[in-house]
Design a protein around this ligand. Structure first.
Ligand code: NAD
Length: 260
C-alpha cells in the first residue's frame, strides 16, 4: 500500500514511534528512524526492521529540540532518499510539576520538542510534498491534546497546540493531495509512562503494579493500555487512500478517556 513512499518517524527508537515505524514498514514504506539511545541497540533495531519488512531503513540522530538539527536532518533525508512523503511527528517528553513550581527550562524543553519540532519539520518538509502533490503528516498528540490533567502544564499546552497546528496545516493543504491529522492516544505503557508510574510508586510507597492499575483507572475506562501496534495501524490507515478525506482530525485512541 505504501510501497516506494519514504516515512520519517521522529522519536522512533522506542515506544509508540517504533510501533508506527513497524506498521508503515510492513505496508511497504521505506523508513527513516530518529531518536536517542545506545548506538548498537539502534543499529540492531534498524537492521531487524529492514530484514523483517524487506524495506530500506535508515537512521538520523538529530536532536529535534534544535531547529538547526531538524533542518540538517531533512535536507540529508532529501538528498539520500529523495524527500519525505510521510512525516510522523512523534518525538516527545513529559515533565510533571505544579505550574507555580514548573522549572522554566523544563517548560522550554517540552514546548521545543512536543510542539515547535512539529512546526519545523512540517514547514521544511511541506514544499517537496506540494511539488509531488502527495503527502501525509501524522502528529502524535495525546488525550492531553483534548483535555487537561493537573501538573502537566507544558505537556497539555504543547499537545493542545499540536492539535491546533494540525488543523491549520490541514486547511492550508486542503486543496492538495497532502493530509494532516493528529492521533490522540490515552495511556500506552512505554518508557515515558513507566517513568511516571515509578515516580508515583516512590511517592506513595505502594507497589508499582498497584500504581499502574490506579493510573489507568483514574483516566482510561477500558482499564487496558493502548498498544504501540494499535497506534501504528491507525497511523497506517491515515496514510492510506481510504483516509484521503480525513483532514484536520484529532483522532482519539484512548480506551474511552475523552468520552467521559
Ligand atoms: P518514549 O519515551 O518511549 O519515546 C520517545 C522517543 O522520542 C524516543 O525514541 C526518544 O529517543 C525520542 N526523543 C526524545 N527526545 C528527543 C529529541 N530531543 N530529539 C529526537 N528524539 C527524541 O515515549 P512514547 O510514550 O513512545 O511517546 C511518543 C509520543 O507519544 C510522544 O509525543 C508522547 O507525548 C505521545 N504520547 C504518549 C502516550 C503514552 O501513554 N505513552 C500517550 C499519549 C501520547
Amino acid at each position: 500500500m505504501l510501497e516506494g513512499k519514504l516515512a520519517l518517524v521522529t522519536g522512533s527508537t522506542s515506544g509508540i514511534g517504533l510501533g508506527i515505524a513497524r506498521s508503515l514498514a510492513a505496508k511497504g514504506a521505506r523508513i527513516v528512524l530518529n531518536g536517542f539511545g545506545d548506538p548498537a541497540e539502534i543499529e540492531r533495531l534498524r537492521s531487524k526492521l529492514a530484514a523483517d519488512a524487506g524495506v530500506d531503513v535508515d537512521y538520523e540522530g538529530a536532536d529535534l529540540s534544535k531547529p538547526e538539527e531538524i533542518e540538517a536532518m531533512i535536507s540529508h533525508v532529501d538528498s539520500r532518499h529523495g524527500g519525505v512523503d510521510i512525516l510522523v511527528n512523534n518525538a516527545g517528553i513529559q515533565f510533571v510539576a505544579p505550574v507555580e513550581r514548573f522549572p522554566v527550562d523544563r517548560w522550554d524543553a517540552v514546548i521545543a520538542l512536543n510542539l515547535s519540532a512539529a512546526f519545523h519539520t512540517t514547514r521544511i518538509a511541506l514544499p517537496a510534498m506540494k511539488q509531488r502533490n502527495w503527502g501525509r503528516i501524522v502528529n502524535i498528540a495525546s488525550a492531553h491534546g483534548l483535555v487537561a490533567s493537573v501538573e502537566k502544564a507544558a505537556y497539555v499546552a504543547a499537545k493542545h497546540g499540536l492539535v491546533g497546528l494540525t488543523k491549520v496545516v490541514a486547511l492550508e493543504t486542503a486543496g492538495t493531495g497532502i493530509t494532516c491529522n493528529a492521533i490522540c492516544p490515552g495511556w500506552v505503557l512505554t518508557p515515558l509512562v513507566a517513568k511516571q508510574i515509578d515516580a508515583r510508586a516512590e511517592a506513595s510507597g505502594r507497589p508499582v503494579e498497584e500504581e499502574r492499575r490506579s493510573l489507568l483507572l483514574e483516566k482510561q475506562p477500558s482499564g487496558e493500555f493502548v498498544t504501540p501496534e494499535q497506534i501504528g495501524e491507525l497511523a497506517a490507515f491515515l496514510c492510506s487512500p481510504a483516509a484521503e478525506q480525513v483532514r484536520g482530525a484529532a483522532w482519539s485512541i484512548d480506551g474511552g478517556w475523552t468520552a467521559q
